[in-house]
Design a protein around this ligand. Structure first.
Ligand code: NAD
Ligand code: DAU
Length: 332
């Protein structure tokens, strides 16, 4: 039994991980979260205060980070600016949080010799052609496209350098696109679900042929826990569940599951520099650590997710008008 510091634990994947840890282990959890627009305290409501605490603060605050890291057995680092579209509008918080914030955490785990797991993305590898049979592996060269993915790539490289130069005990995971409960409604799947629930026509960028490799956030959490417990120090693990689907198919499936005509959406301006396809070869994680996804039926996972947004209107409804106003300004 140990104490784990989860950065960004009030965001989408971090909050899913906090729930997963508290439900499946005896660990206690301290969340460090700046509570940016992407955080939601309701995602952590009702957790057992004997095993859980929320600290509101910045991962780039050296003194705060140092005092928290000194008091835990491990750090799992989710905190980031995470949305590509925002990084195109203003890259500056991405550089500050994803690079300077990660650097600040690395210095604290170096000083206190604390186990560190860094959460990253498949976007560090850039994109694949639609007709390319290849998938990303642990040895694919980095080639990020956006300010978001380039700052995540930089943060991964910082972790690798701190392992090699200072001998910190760290692992890295690069995961594909997550879906599930507690995801901010700026993101594709919850944006379209809440559009339908709000009487707004869903919005598809460009022709919608871009492919994403979907994994349920709970499967991601289980993989991260495996790596934390049994991953080899200094190694990188790719996390994916063979969930490649193009955007127009995802959108049509959402519409069908919600009882709408599959054509009731609008094509809007494409994302500049829009990555075509991501695909993960997750065989190393399966073979070495025995992880397997539970949510293997994407349509069933989507139906659960739709039902979560239907029954948690108070979680997302206050955000909807502002998110859509921001997209409208960008013609999206
Ligand atoms: P999110 O935007 O939903 O949540 C990010 C959280 O980090 C928020 O709670 C926010 O308040 C917090 N945060 C931001 N800046 C901070 C700072 N300076 N100090 C402390 N907290 C701060 O993001 P998410 O989708 O949950 O992604 C979490 C992590 O997983 C990120 O590192 C992201 O790169 C990675 N990831 C995401 C996906 C995906 O599909 N969403 C896939 C692979 C990897
Ligand atoms: O691959 C992992 C990455 O997945 C994570 O690192 C990022 O943090 C996460 O945001 C996600 O990035 P994407 O850019 O792939 O996700 P997003 O939800 O923004 O978009 C998914 C796809 O849907 C993408 O091809 C753009 C498209 N899209 C998005 C929105 C918001 C639309 O067609 N319409 C939309 O309204």
């Amino acid at each position: 039994m140990g104490k784990i510091l989860v950065t960004g634990g009030a965001g989408f994947i971090g909050s899913n991980f906090v729930h997963y840890l508290l439900e499946t282990t005896n660990h206690s959890v301290v969340v460090l979260d700046k509570m940016t627009y992407a955080a939601n305290e309701m995602s952590l409501a009702g957790l057992d205060s004997n095993r859980f605490a929320l600290v509101k603060g910045d991962i780039a605050d050296r003194d705060l980070v140092d005092s928290l890291v000194a008091d835990v057995d491990a750090v799992v680092h989710y905190a980031a600016e995470s949305h590509n579209d925002n990084s195109l509008a203003d890259p500056s918080p991405f550089v500050q949080t994803n690079l300077v914030g990660t650097f600040t955490l690395l210095e604290a785990v170096r000083a206190h010799r604390v186990r560190f797991h860094h959460i990253s993305t498949d976007e560090v590898f850039g994109d694949l052609a639609l007709d390319d049979p290849a998938k990303f592996t642990e040895t694919t060269p980095y080639n990020p496209s956006s300010p978001y993915s380039s700052t995540k790539a930089g943060s991964d490289l910082l972790v690798r350098a701190w392992v090699r130069s200072f001998g910190i005990e760290a692992t890295i995971s690069n995961c594909s696109n997550n879906y599930g409960p507690y995801q901010h409604i700026e993101k594709f799947i919850p944006r379209q679900i809440t559009n339908v629930l709000s009487g707004i026509r869903p919005k598809l960028y460009g022709r919608g042929l871009n492919v994403r490799d979907w994994i349920h956030a709970q499967d991601h959490s289980a993989a991260v826990l495996k790596i934390l417990e049994a991953g080899k120090i200094g190694e990188t693990y790719l996390i994916g569940a063979n969930g490649e689907v193009n955007n127009i198919t995802v959108l049509r499936t959402i519409l069908r599951l919600m009882g709408q005509s599959e054509d009731s959406f609008e094509h809007v301006a494409d994302r500049p520099g829009h990555d075509l396809r991501y695909a993960i070869d997750g065989s190393r994680l399966r073979q070495e650590l025995g992880w397997e996804p539970v949510f293997t039926d994407f349509e069933a996972g989507l139906a659960d997710t739709i039902s979560w947004y239907e029954t948690h209107r108070s979680w997302w409804e206050p955000l909807k008008a502002e998110v859509e106003a921001k997209y409208a300004k960008a013609g999206q």
